[in-house]
Design a protein around this ligand. Structure first.
Ligand code: URA
Length: 212
């Protein structure tokens, strides 16, 4: 698995505002949107293209266009939904599928409650959106589901990762033939005993949607 932790002062600035408990919901949602657009630039570096030729007003020029099948964006409900517009701004051609996953707060085991994805993802590049890579249980289950359906490569975009979750993903997808990439805005210190990222930003879904 390839891991990329963003290293950019603008991303650090926005992430700091996101962490601040006094940042209100509308500003939190706007910051998530902006951060995802910035991360999407790196996350789409390996996106597949085909060569094309276009007619300019002067002559012909060689260029590229996004390859078919179209890439797929999959937000993991609920918090991943807050990241969808930020990615679609850069990649409006992508199709969107939805995956509802919730982790049991006692066992921290992920359970799928909604699956609105094509049964066949053969050859598809998939961008999986989940703001918090905590224990990694949800993302390992989601990536396995996508690979089982034939996805060609999977790029996870998250805002914050804990080392525990990142290691779990790295162990699960160590095979060099599996094209799994994780792009994060920041890597935090650890998880607490409730599975929250420390220092983190709290519950991303609650902060996005205003639930206390
Ligand atoms: N999910 C969250 O929303 N926050 C965490 O810190 C961990 C998981």
């Amino acid at each position: 698995m390839r891991t990329l932790i963003a290293d950019h002062p603008l991303i650090d600035h926005k992430l700091t505002l996101l962490r601040d408990a006094s940042t209100p919901t509308p500003q939190f949602a706007a910051l998530v949107d902006e951060l995802v657009t910035l991360l999407a630039y790196e996350a789409t570096r390996g996106i597949a293209t085909d060569p094309v030729e276009v007619q300019t007003p002067i002559t012909t020029a060689r260029g590229v266009r996004l390859a078919r099948p179209r890439p797929m964006v999959v937000p993991i409900l609920r918090a991943g939904l807050g990241m969808l517009d930020g990615l679609r701004r850069l990649l409006p051609q992508a199709e969107v599928g939805f995956l509802g996953m919730v982790r049991d707060e006692e066992s921290l085991v992920a359970h799928t409650y909604a699956d609105r994805l094509p049964a066949d993802l053969t050859g598809r590049q998939v961008f999986l959106l989940d703001p918090m890579l905590a224990t990694g249980g949800t993302l390992v289950a989601a990536i396995n589901l996508l690979l089982e359906r034939g996805a060609r490569d999977v790029t996870v975009i998250c805002l914050l990762a804990a080392p525990e979750g990142l290691h779990r993903l790295q162990d699960a997808f160590a095979d060099r033939d599996l094209r799994v990439t994780c792009v994060c805005a920041g890597l935090d210190a650890k998880l607490n005993d409730k599975g929250y990222i420390v220092p983190g930003l709290g519950d991303a879904g609650d902060r996005l949607y205003g639930v206390v």
